[in-house]
Design a binder for this molecule. Sequence first.
Ligand SMILES: [Mn+2]
Length: 288
Amino acid sequence: MKINIINAATDLGVHVDGSDKGPLILSHEIENNKKIDSIITVKKKDIIKSHDPKDLEKNLKYVNEFNERLYKEIKNTKDKGLFPLTIGGDHSLAIASALASIKTDESLGIIWVDAHGDYNTFATTKTGNLHGLPLAANDGLCQKLTAFHDGAYFKPENTVIFGGRDIDPWEMPVIKENHANLITTQDIKEKEISKLVKEAVTLATKNTNGIHLSLDLDVIDPVVAPGVSVPAKDGIDEDEFLNIVRELLKYKDQIKSIDLVEFNPTRDIDDKTKKIALKTLEILLEEL
Ligand SMILES: [Mn+2]
């Protein structure tokens, strides 16, 4: 299938700068790949970001403005019959990518490979960094972040956090009360990855038309992949991560859109994270 690469150049959802620089660095390295139909870039507006600790909706207007433009581009991509592979950027961009995908396919599940739950709401966030809310937003729990979307939301029962280990104590009840699914880093270390992936796919595809897959590089241990904005210690290693990606791609007929997010080149050491991100993109381009 021909792929459209969408550079989602934003860091407006996080207090740390730099993840907006990630997409162009990565897509530049793969631009000659024959599977790629086109590469487009959606750029954040240059603003002075809010760092007010009392501001619990940081840069909300600008995150929404960015996501509305990204949403249109990804919907266009799908309307043209191209596969959207979105490179981020902080994880708030996945509100646009996931909702654009479900807008076209009407009913989808979501597999969110991430150290964090990203399941805070405006009622629970303590920082107001909006990249901590996108999965809850995709499940329809943060209306202030999704006004540009007029389609269905994902259902918590078809929502799977994969690799979670750094989940806020006030966030966990939101996950539980809504019956979203959580597969932890501990599960990955103790169980067979192929079985966990199968379990995630089964949950995400139950009574849906497929899957939106969102890959956050911070699921990997920060010693191995330091180039992320919010590292979470005791993560999985590179082989485990790439194995998860390969196992997921065994179900590629079900996968309708993919994000690879949170590469922050200003935090990277010796291109460690860049190299893993590029390997991931190569696997995706090879298999899709
Ligand atoms: Mn994330």
